[in-house]
Design a protein around this ligand. Structure first.
Ligand SMILES: Nc1ncnc2c1ncn2[C@@H]1O[C@H](COP(=O)(O)OP(=O)(O)OP(=O)(O)O)[C@@H](O)[C@H]1O
Length: 133
């Protein structure tokens, strides 16, 4: 696809100010949230888990562990999104066995992070919920 020289310069110029770089990063976050349903679900799950953590009065260390596990899941979803969009760009949506492996490995990373989050949630929340009865 042909682009005029100003558009090309905008897309490739590396001499951004800090605020330009910050605005591109925020654009990226907005794009990912808008286009990735799984990411929206994971953010919602983190908000719900935080509400539960607040109600159950988890300790500072438990908050730290919860925040780290939210970060792991959400960052893995970002990695998965990067893999999906990059593969679609490179393959132009045509089948390639390496494209399949890359997407499957990225999806596997998200699955591992999500299973770990469920395990961490169970270890932190279940004893506190049982103690309520
Ligand atoms: N270009 C491709 N070549 C080969 N296999 C592909 C290709 N694109 C996708 N696949 C296969 O299809 C699966 C689903 O791909 P897709 O891009 O729809 O991701 P997804 O996991 O459905 O996305 P999301 O995480 O948004 O739900 C991949 O895991 C991979 O096995």
């Amino acid at each position: 696809m042909l682009m005029d020289s100003r558009e090309t310069k905008e897309k490739t110029d590396k001499n951004h100010s800090f605020f330009e770089s910050l605005s591109y990063a925020l654009e990226g976050i907005q794009f990912a949230i808008k286009n990735e349903r799984n990411l929206r679900f994971q953010v919602l799950a983190a908000i719900v888990a935080s509400g539960l953590a607040y109600l159950l009065g988890v300790s500072a260390v438990e908050w730290l562990i919860l925040i780290l596990i939210y970060a792991l899941v959400i960052l893995m979803e970002f990695v998965n999104t990067i893999a999906e969009w990059t593969i679609d760009l490179v393959t132009n949506n045509s089948y390639h066995p390496i494209a399949k492996h890359v997407k499957d490995v990225a999806a596997g990373g998200v699955l591992i992070a999500a299973l770990l989050a469920i395990l961490v949630g169970a270890i932190i929340f279940v004893p506190k919920i049982i103690a309520l009865f």
